[in-house]
Structures are given as C-alpha cells and as structure tokens.
Ligand binder design. Structure first.
Ligand SMILES: C[S@@+](CC[C@H](N)C(=O)[O-])C[C@H]1O[C@@H](n2cnc3c(N)ncnc32)[C@H](O)[C@@H]1O
Length: 318
C-alpha cells in the first residue's frame, strides 16, 4: 500500500469549471461565501481572491482530511474563514436555522482527487485496499458492509440505479455466492469477483470493468443523492436576496435533482396544471443564471479528465 502522503500545496488539486464558477457566483468584496464542499480548497482559494481581503468564507467538508488543506488556506486567505466539519445537508440546515445568511454558496459534488488518490480510503478499483469508501470515516456504513449484508435484490438495484451497470444481476449474484464462503474486506477481492461475473468481451469494453459498481457503492455508502436533496432547500434558505447558488455535479442522477429543484423554485406556482389560474400565490424564489448546464471546454477536459462529466448549474435568489 502507498504511504498516506498529503500533497504539499492546494495547487495539486485542479478545481473544475473554476472560471465559470467564479463568473456565475460573481463574488464581491465584503460578501459571505459558503464553500460546502471544501476538499483541497481549490475553488475556495479563488473565491477568497474575489473577496479581495474583505468578507467571510465558511468551508464545509465531511472528510476530516480536508482540515489540513483548510489550515493552509486559512494561513494565506487574508479574510475571516471558518471550517465546519460535517455533512453539508446538516451543516447548511443548522446555519440556516441560526439565521446565518450567505451571498454565494458552492457545491462541487462527489469525491476529491485527494480521496481517490489515497488508496487506504478504498475509493479506487486500481489498488487493493480496505473496502471502505466513506468520505467521513466516522460514519457507519462502509462499502464492505453493503456488499456483505444487503440482499441480492438491493445490490442489483444499487448497481443499476447509481452505476447504470448492465451486468448488475450477475455481479450481485456472484457477490452473494462469494460472501457465503468468505465476507469481502478488500477492494481487490471485489474487483476479481466483478471481473469474473461479466462476459469476457465486456471486461475489455469501455473503462475498467469495476468502475460502475464502485461508483454505485460510493454513492450508496455516502448517501450522496439524499445529501443533495436535503442540502438544496437549506442552501436556498441561507441565501440573501440576490445571493447565488452554484452546483457542479458529475452524475446524471445528481444533475437531475439540481435541475428539478432549480426549475421548481424558478417557477414559483405549485398549483396543479389543470387549475385555470394560480391560487397558491407562490412567487419564484430562484432565477436561473443559465438555461442549460455549463459544460467544461475541450481544453479543460484535455488537461483535467476528471472534468469530463461535470455540469454546472447556477441560480440567483429572487
Ligand atoms: C469534488 S471535491 C471538492 C473539491 C473542491 N471544490 C476543491 O476545489 O478543492 C468534493 C468534496 O466534498 C466533500 N463532500 C462530498 N459530499 C459531502 C457532503 N454531503 N457533506 C460534506 N462534504 C461533502 C468531499 O469530502 C470532498 O472533499
């Protein structure tokens, strides 16, 4: 196993769609910014630059490993900064409940390259490691717990829904058969079982044969979609009128949640479509900053392949 070494500077992480996030969030000196997915602080560093020495930045991350990046960021940020460790759905709701207001909120979803690059976290199918995948190592459910205890039908559904895995059924069947003999503890064991469960030609198809199952397990372990569903209304509640919310997603299921939420809030009225006139009187709470999601340029994806599936949506509080 590789040693657990943290990169020496935040420059090792390349923030995705950085210029576009900066432009859409339009942070001004003196404002309050919430980076709800601080990671290595790549976006936060740029947003702090836009605050130009005046304002506040609240950083949230559920991974305690983000704290060391935050400490380095704090040392040179030149503004009032604060780190809150926890799930963004919970932290944003607590901040909103305490009447804290923000002018700009960013969610850059998924895992950071630092998490993938640390094999002992078990996110990667490329290195043999404990089958973990928790962003927050103190949370209960690990990937091993899911593959060892969830019933076959649940596994099929997770692999299909979150991983769009064509061979979800044979993979789940092979997992259940193998765990009856010996429970899974390592990523390497799982990769072997997946490889043997799918037809030979598919092993050499698009990408690594375990990529989709690993993605599905990661989403399930970290309840990524549930977190997003709960975080969006909390973020909206925190925004001052004129405040901006930007969300970068890397998966169509995440993007669909953001798209729907933004569309509902931009519409306002919740009356059934068959009503001839509006009786609910609900006003729109968001105005979309772009109709279509913003995608990375060819130049960005060439230099940072992680950006390839990124979609950015942004809206302003009405
Ligand atoms: C894609 S990275 C963010 C990278 C960051 N924008 C940068 O430029 O360095 C996502 C980060 O969000 C954190 N994260 C993901 N889901 C979270 C959640 N529900 N609550 C809190 N943090 C979360 C992860 O631990 C990870 O560090």
């Amino acid at each position: 196993m590789l040693p657990n070494i943290l990169p020496t500077s935040n420059a090792d992480h390349v923030p995705v769609l950085a210029a576009e996030v900066r432009e859409l969030l339009g942070v001004q000196p003196g404002e309050t910014v919430v980076d709800a997915t601080f990671g290595a602080g790549g976006h936060a560093s740029l947003l702090a630059e836009d605050l130009a020495g005046r304002g506040k930045l609240v950083a949230i991350d559920r991974d305690p490993g983000a704290k060391s990046y935050f400490d380095r960021f704090k040392a040179r940020a030149g503004i009032d900064v604060r780190f809150l460790r926890g799930d963004f759905a919970i932290v944003l709701a607590q901040l909103a409940a305490n009447g804290i207001k923000a002018d700009a909120i960013l969610l850059d979803l998924g895992i950071s390259s630092m998490q993938v690059d640390r094999p002992e976290r078990g996110f990667s199918y490329a290195t043999d490691a404990p089958l973990d995948m928790r962003m927050d190592p103190s949370s209960e459910t690990t990937a091993a717990a899911i593959v060892n205890t969830w019933d076959e039908r649940e596994l099929v559904s997770v692999f299909r829904r979150y991983g769009e895995e064509r061979y979800a059924a044979p993979i789940a069947r092979a997992i259940v058969r193998r765990r009856a003999e010996r429970p899974f503890t390592r990523t390497g064991d799982l990769v072997d079982v997946i490889k043997r469960a799918i037809p030979t030609p598919a092993r050499f198809g698009e990408g690594h044969p375990a990529r989709r199952v690993f993605q599905a397990l990661r989403i399930a372990v970290n309840d990524e979609l549930g977190q997003l569903e709960a975080a969006l209304p909390a973020a909206l509640e925190m925004l001052r009128p004129g405040g901006r919310l930007a969300v970068i997603s890397f998966h169509s299921l995440e993007d669909r949640i953001v798209k729907r939420f933004f569309a509902e809030q931009a519409k306002g009225c919740t009356c059934p479509p068959e009503f001839p006139i509006c009786i609910c009187g609900q006003e729109p709470t968001l105005r979309l900053l772009s109709r279509k999601p913003v995608r990375p340029s060819a130049d960005e994806t060439e230099h940072n392949p992680r950006a390839t599936s990124a979609r950015l949506r942004a809206a302003v509080r009405a």
